[in-house]
Write a protein that binds this ligand. Structure first.
Ligand code: AFP
Length: 366
């Protein structure tokens, strides 16, 4: 189809901006800088081993480099982080940034003007999938900087980023798969763009993404089952029991271990994703990070008519307390997520009262 039949990302942003006659275009410029970083990452990812970008990042002495999460950084983690930082620091729209790969807030260098927004991102999510050529993605969230930081242009502190997800101005993810896509919300629904590599533009291909309210598909890392809390065990066991159990219908299971890819499947055809809080490590309240994974994804999912939750409460209501804070995260088709929240609200039965399906026959018994 000729490209003139579709809106480019820039045209879409201009169209949206017309709803706010007083806006100066700074926000649009910021989104375009983020999109440019995503295009640069897509290009680098696409060359893979040809460009020598697979494998672990090594410091000059040959040692592996570990990020603030205690995880080994891949070369592409580091390159993607650099693209995000260097393509966004100069524009004058940001007061500062926070990244999965940076322990502390990134301060805008003195030679560049400072602006009114905060950019929070996971430059490359699903790193463990990089070397095996499975879809990976970037996730970002845009917040407003505190008024005093905007007025004074002071350096940012971690607490400036501790804003609940409901305060997000925009959020999105880029998916580096068979096609590169950008899925974006400006708080007015969710729009999807596909990168046309011939012209280097994101073209609007999915104008209004809506997640079906019901689903027969769930995604969870079942190797953690012995650490799950009762409501999650109950939910998964009921899905596995299929037609023969309480749900009365069969379910299908998926696990890519790349949240952006799972989220995209859910955006396209529904489903539920669970990375719940569990008792594997008492120091970790979950696996995923609140500020740059759960909050932006939660905003997108809710804007697409789905639901995003800790399992017990809306993820977007959680007051952050740490830049790299982890949290239990459940999202997807509304009716399934609400069911999981209901299971969390119900009292946990005593051991003797537990349905034999969970206590004895369950695949996931204690
Ligand atoms: P990596 O970026 O370290 O690969 O983590 C990916 C992720 O944050 C998310 O995208 C996956 O859903 C989840 O972790 C996978 O975790 P498990 O390896 O425990 O299944």
């Amino acid at each position: 189809m000729p490209i003139t039949h579709r809106l480019t990302l820039t045209q879409y942003l201009i169209q949206e901006r017309r709803r706010y006659p007083n806006s100066k275009g700074e926000f649009n410029a910021l989104i375009l800088d983020v999109a440019l970083a995503c295009k640069a990452i897509a290009r680098t990812v696409a060359f893979g081993e040809l460009a020598g970008v697979l494998g672990n990042h090594s410091a000059d002495d040959g040692d592996k480099t570990i990020n603030v999460q205690g995880e080994v950084q891949k070369k592409l983690d580091v390159m993607s982080n650099n693209y995000f930082i260097h393509l966004n620091e100069w524009g004058g729209h940001l007061a500062g940034m926070a990244s999965e790969e940076e322990e502390l807030p990134y301060q805008i260098p003195a030679q560049y003007p400072r602006g009114k927004y905060l950019l929070v991102f996971d430059p490359l999510d699903g790193s463990s999938n990089i070397d095996v050529n499975v879809s990976i993605g970037s996730i970002f969230s845009i917040l407003r900087a505190p008024e005093d930081a905007i007025a004074s242009g002071r350096d940012l502190v971690e607490a400036d980023f501790f804003q609940p997800g409901v305060k997000q101005v925009a959020a999105g993810y880029a998916l580096y798969g068979p096609t590169t896509m950008l899925i974006l919300t400006l708080g007015n629904g969710v729009s999807g763009f596909t990168l046309d590599p011939t012209v280097g533009e994101f073209m609007q291909t999915h104008p209004s993404i809506k997640i079906p309210e019901d689903t027969n598909e769930f995604a969870i890392n079942a190797s953690n089952s012995r650490f799950w809390e009762y409501p999650i065990k109950r939910y998964v066991d009921e899905c596995l029991a299929g037609k023969t159990g309480a749900r009365g219908r069969d379910f299908n299971m998926r696990w890519i271990a790349s949240m952006v890819a799972e989220a995209h499947r859910i955006m396209m055809r529904g489903g539920v994703f669970l990375y719940p809080r569990d008792n594997k490590d008492p120091n970790m309240a979950g696996r995923l990070r609140l500020l740059y994974e759960a909050n932006p994804m939660g905003f997108l999912i809710e804007q697409a008519g789905g639901r995003a939750s800790t399992g017990s409460e809306p993820i977007l209501n959680v007051q952050p307390t740490g830049l790299h804070q982890r949290i239990g995260f459940v999202f997807g088709s509304k009716n399934e997520v609400e069911r999981i929240e209901r299971y969390h609200a119900e009292p946990v039965p005593k051991k003797d009262d537990i349905n034999p399906l969970f206590a004895e026959r369950s695949l996931f018994r204690d």
